[in-house]
Design a protein around this ligand. Structure first.
Ligand code: MRU
Length: 347
């Protein structure tokens, strides 16, 4: 399955990414020559979605190291680790971020005995490999997940787990794209996903662009639409999945899972193995990012709340594994009990 959308790539020793803050009004690409701007782009959601964040960090680390003129190997090493540290501080919930940084560190240590130019080349190659692997992983997730989809399904998705959240065709939307490619006639309900509207702006844009039938709803409509019998499946992505299958994803996912259970609707999570963090036993230990309150007091820059109101803005919530019907990965589909099925997939 393909997507025409190129979210992030390496070109002529620069990092290029689509500006997700400009979508859906403007399809514009930004070219980065300074890794610090890539750090800022991850923080301000120019690029977002756990797998895409991982790819951005890998390419950003390669870019930062490429530009260095170290006085010694020690100097190169110190600065490389400082760059990695800056990327680590961007989005705490996204497991793929830390996974990608670990991959870059591992590669750095492997080639440490080479000369600086060779080290830089190896890091660029590793980052491009991470990017290309993500494309292939998304395709495998699509293939593994498409058998869960039936002709005539009405599927609800939340946030954006599409091409824009990865380097490829997406995780949740990768499954949806794969089902469409098989000729299945399906329809997608898109949650708008407050506070920053990844559903309304990004998922809706992707689906419209590819003529996949879709209907946008406000987040607070999901329960009513389920009760009306208009939704028969939910598929979402994940930012971090614990060893027991508890899954962190965009705030609002947990409420959907509870609603899905009440209405007897299967609830699927689609994610690469790099999102699964077996060092974390349960969702209680997944770090949850809190973002600026302005995301709530404003909508796309327009103030909607009075000055001085207190705001709480957790960017993610955790869906306990008991609400999850299956976890679709590139290595296969994990079913409950997740402790065992995840461990098997991860080996
Ligand atoms: O804050 P965001 O936009 O980075 O949140 C993204 C999500 O919650 C996605 O569902 C998740 O990263 C999976 S993307 C394949």
């Amino acid at each position: 399955m393909q997507s025409d959308i190129r979210t992030i790539f390496w070109e002529d020793n620069t990092v290029v990414m689509i500006d997700q803050n400009a979508l859906p009004h403007e399809e514009r690409y930004l070219r980065f020559t300074d890794y610090k701007d890539v750090v800022a782009a991850i923080k301000d959601l120019t690029i977002r979605g756990a797998p895409a964040i991982g790819v951005a960090a890998a390419l950003g680390i390669a870019l930062g190291t490429l530009k260095l003129s170290p006085s010694s190997k020690e100097d190169l090493k110190t600065t490389f680790y400082e760059i990695c540290e800056e990327f680590s501080g961007t989005r705490p919930t996204a497991r793929n971020l830390f996974w990608a940084i670990e991959r870059m560190k591992k590669r750095f240590e492997e080639v440490l005995l080479s000369n600086p130019d060779q080290i830089k080349k190896a890091l660029v190659e590793e980052a491009i490999r991470i990017c290309e692997e993500d494309i292939a992983i998304n395709q495998r997730i699509g293939i593994n997940g498409r058998s869960m989809i039936r002709d005539g399904d009405n599927i609800l998705t939340h946030c954006n787990a599409g091409a824009l959240a990865t380097a490829g065709c997406g995780t949740a939307l990768g499954v949806i794209r794969a089902a469409c490619e098989e000729g299945k006639k399906i329809h997608i309900f898109v949650d708008e996903t407050r506070p920053v509207l990844q559903g309304a702006r990004l998922t809706a844009w992707e689906l419209c662009k590819e003529n996949i039938p879709a209907t946008l709803i406000a987040d607070n409509m999901a329960g009513f639409v389920m009760k009306q019998g208009k939704i028969n499946k939910v598929i979402v992505g994940a930012d971090r999945i614990a060893a027991n299958g508890d899954a962190a994803n965009k705030i609002g996912t947990y409420s959907l899972a509870v609603l899905a259970k009440e209405h007897d609707i299967p609830f699927y999570v689609a994610a690469p193995l790099s999102t699964i963090d077996i060092s974390i036993q349960s969702g209680d230990d997944i770090p949850i990012e809190e973002r600026n309150g302005e995301e709530i007091t404003t909508i796309r820059g327009v103030k909607v709340a009075p000055e001085g109101i207190n705001v709480y803005n957790p960017a993610f919530d955790v869906t306990p594994h008991r609400y999850i019907t299956a976890i679709i990965t590139e290595a296969g589909v994990a079913l409950p009990p997740y402790q065992e099925s995840i461990a098997k997939l991860k080996t």
